[in-house]
Structure formats: structure tokens, C-alpha cells
Design a protein around this ligand. Structure first.
Ligand code: AMP
Length: 187
């Protein structure tokens, strides 16, 4: 089983690229953000708990997303591998993922990291707000909090994966096709 992580700040293009990568390499795309939005739309207790955090631009607790990932891995055994989008987002999540994979003698194959400037994040998210109507894309204070949260809690994962030797950076401010091309070369 292959395990790829699509890494980067909000608005880096992870979701867009994930669809192309998953199709080309026959991987199951797991977006923890999408899974949480489904829970919110269905009004489940988990969705209700997550809603406030997501709409404020904060992370949901590690155990919640780790549980989602664990369930998805164990209920999908017939795929070539998994493409994780928006997970892990904290060192604790990355450590749990490594533990989970090590239990089955597996590991993260590559971390595909899309890099973009903070100014570009704002432009991209403003555009997406008009298309997708996500509440957490609509408010500048929420966007800023998501960027700050990324720098404080998620960016430290870059050194974590550099130490593991599987970290690859891809400039995210090229066209969608150019970014995809770079990703394919890495894979
Ligand atoms: P995304 O669609 O990846 O931008 O995620 C939307 C929101 O869902 C994030 O701002 C967080 O509130 C929450 N979320 C998604 N993935 C995670 C994660 N791995 N850890 C914690 N919160 C997450």
C-alpha cells in the first residue's frame, strides 16, 4: 500500500491536485476537511462539535481526525494506496500516523508539499469562497487564523518529514497543469 501526503497551507491547491493524483495513480483520496464537512452537513454530534472550531478557523482535536483516518484505512483494503489531504496537521497527528502505519510494517512514501506565499493564500481563498460557499472561507479574520494556525501548528511538520527523508517541495504558484506535472515527476 502506498501512502502519500499532500501538504501545504490552506488554499495551496491540495484539493484540486488531489483529484488528479488520485485518479492517475488509483489512490483513495482522504480529505479530513471534506469528511468533517460531511459530518457537519449531516448534523451528527461530531459535526456539531467540529462546526464551531472549523468556522473559527481552529483545528479540531487530534483524536477526532486520527479516528477518521484509522476508520478509512481499515475499511478500504482494495486500493493501491491513500492520498492524505489536510492530514496530518500537527506533530501529534504525524506521530500517530507513523505509529498506525508501523503496526502494519508500512510508512509514509512521500510528502508532496505545495508552497505558496501568505498573500496568495488570501487571493485564492477569496476566489474559492465565491465558488464553494464555505463559511470558513468568507471571513478575513477566520482566514488569518487558519494561516496563523498553519504556521504555528502545521509548518513544524516540514522538519519532521525532512528528518524522515520523504519530504518534497513543489512550487504551488504555477498553473494547475505545471504543479501536477511536478507532482507526477516526484511520484
Ligand atoms: P480543509 O478542508 O483541509 O481546509 O479543512 C477545513 C477545516 O477542517 C480546518 O480549518 C480544520 O478546522 C478542520 N480540519 C481538517 N483537517 C484537520 C486536521 N487534520 N486536524 C485538525 N483539524 C482539521
Amino acid at each position: 500500500m502506498k501512502y502519500y501526503i499532500l501538504f501545504g497551507p490552506p488554499g495551496a491547491g491540495k484539493g484540486t491536485q488531489a483529484k488528479f493524483i488520485a485518479e492517475k495513480y488509483n489512490l483513495l483520496h482522504i480529505s479530513t476537511g471534506d469528511l468533517l464537512r460531511k459530518e457537519m452537513a449531516a448534523g451528527t454530534p461530531l459535526g456539531l462539535q467540529a462546526k464551531k472550531l472549523i468556522e473559527g478557523g481552529n483545528l479540531v482535536p487530534d483524536e477526532v481526525v486520527v479516528g477518521m483516518i484509522r476508520n478509512t484505512f481499515s475499511s478500504n483494503k482494495d486500493v493501491n494506496g491513500f492520498l492524505l489531504d489536510g492530514f496530518p496537521r500537527t506533530i501529534a497527528q504525524a506521530e500517530k500516523l507513523d505509529q498506525m502505519l508501523a503496526e502494519g510494517g508500512e510508512k509514509v512514501d512521500k510528502v508532496l508539499s505545495l508552497t505558496i506565499k501568505d498573500e496568495t493564500i488570501f487571493e485564492r481563498i477569496a476566489k474559492r469562497a465565491q465558488i464553494e460557499g464555505r463559511k470558513d472561507d468568507a471571513d478575513p479574520a477566520t482566514i488569518q487564523n487558519r494561516i496563523d494556525t498553519y504556521h504555528a501548528k502545521t509548518e513544524p511538520l516540514i522538519d519532521y518529514y525532512k528528518n524522515e527523508g520523504n519530504y518534497c517541495e513543489i512550487p504551488g504558484e504555477q498553473t494547475i497543469e505545471e504543479v501536477f506535472d511536478c507532482i507526477c515527476k516526484v511520484i
